[in-house]
Design a protein around this ligand. Structure first.
Ligand code: NAI
Length: 330
């Protein structure tokens, strides 16, 4: 198969290199078409992404993306958000599992986060009402709420999961989160075989850090989904261990949950696990289950050995040695 590869900014180049090497060694049938995008490309060219990138992703329907940086408080809008809205990748699927050999507070975390990916405060509808008052619009539609709820229940059913929990703050945002929750409850009636319940987002955060094992599949509007994703990544050792897939009807963009990590870029200590596991998700979805399992097993073995990861909270690793150790296991 052909797929677009977008290395992106910061550590994106190092972890994409790891994926390319591992993919070659795995002899999987993937031919990468590489495109540049991100803040570094913007600085060089004044453009956010290379010409042709959007068309090629649309044609191939599949991309693996490294992190792209976004200026804080001003400047251009996030490329991730733009890609998600452009390709209508309505669901951001983020599995979070404990890994043997990674020292954390809990060793049996197994949660699937399903984050609505196209609306909410990420719609980018912001304006200055006057010089001292900024407005931001939280946009929630019934259609997108229904689509993400159905996706979560269908996924739970397919994966043999027991329960789907809706994350919200409908006690305060009665119309927006209220509609998200109400739609979820309506959809739940079509899946009597799957348990369903709901939790207010602040209480969820407390429950996650005290006993994450009580959760199975979480479905959340965009902003809460983003925040709890990082929280859950922290539960299993850090952002270096968290894969994801942005899923649309016609396009899927696989990417690590983490950002460009400018604090460690270029030091050779970025953990490629999250992008490698995202790559494994891509292989699975494209009929290469055997290769995906082989890759996952090699990653788990190397992580378990513990010698190539530093064990700090970001989950950083000796990138080159880590990659080599995975390849040696094929
Ligand atoms: P970040 O996720 O880049 O880093 C947070 C912390 O986790 C840092 O201490 C970093 O060193 C560590 N970390 C992240 N990935 C790691 C890895 N693979 N191995 C080891 N340690 C890792 O978040 P931050 O610093 O808030 O954002 C940096 C930039 O990335 C920003 O411009 C932000 O907008 C962008 N970003 C992009 C995303 C994407 O492209 N999907 C997602 C999140 C942030």
């Amino acid at each position: 198969m052909k797929a677009v590869l977008i290395p992106g900014d910061g550590i994106g180049v190092e972890i994409s290199e790891s994926v390319k090497q591992v993919g070659n060694a795995l002899c999987c049938d993937v031919e990468w078409e590489e495109y540049e995008a991100g803040a570094e490309y913007y600085e060089k060219t004044g453009k956010l992404m290379q010409d042709g990138l959007l068309d090629r992703v649309a044609e191939l329907g599949c991309a693996l993306k490294g992190p792209t940086a976004t200026p804080i408080g001003s400047g251009f809008r996030s490329i991730n958000v733009q890609l998600r809205q452009h390709f209508k990748t309505f669901s951001n699927l983020r599995p979070v599992h404990s890994l043997e050999g990674v020292k954390t507070r809990f060793d049996n975390v197994d949660i699937i986060i399903v984050r609505e990916n196209t609306e909410d405060l990420y719609k980018g509808i912001e304006y200055m009402y006057d010089a001292d008052t900024a407005h931001g619009i939280k946009l929630i539609t019934r259609a997108a709420s229904e689509k993400i709820a159905r996706f979560a229940f269908d996924y739970a059913k397919k994966q043999g999961r027991k329960k789907v929990t809706c994350v919200h703050k409908a006690n305060i945002m009665k119309l927006t989160d209220g509609m998200f929750l109400q739609t979820f409850e309506e959809v739940a009636k079509d899946y009597p075989e799957i348990d369903s319940d709901s939790v207010i987002v602040d209480a969820l955060c407390m429950k996650l850090v005290t006993d994450p094992t009580q959760f199975d599949v979480l479905v959340a509007p965009n902003l809460y989904g983003d925040i709890i994703s990082d929280l859950c990544a922290g539960l299993v050792g850090g952002l270096g261990f968290a894969p994801s897939a942005n899923i649309g009807d016609d396009v899927v963009i696989y990417e690590a949950v983490h950002g460009s990590a400018p604090d460690i870029a270029g030091q050779g200590i970025s953990n490629p696990t999250s992008l490698l596991l995202s790559f494994a998700m891509m292989l699975k979805d494209n009929g290469m289950q055997d290769k995906a399992s082989k890759l996952e097993q090699a990653i788990f073995d190397v992580v378990k050995e513990g010698k190539k990861t530093t064990g700090d909270i970001g989950g950083s690793a000796k990138t080159v040695e880590f990659t080599q150790a995975i390849i040696e296991r094929f």
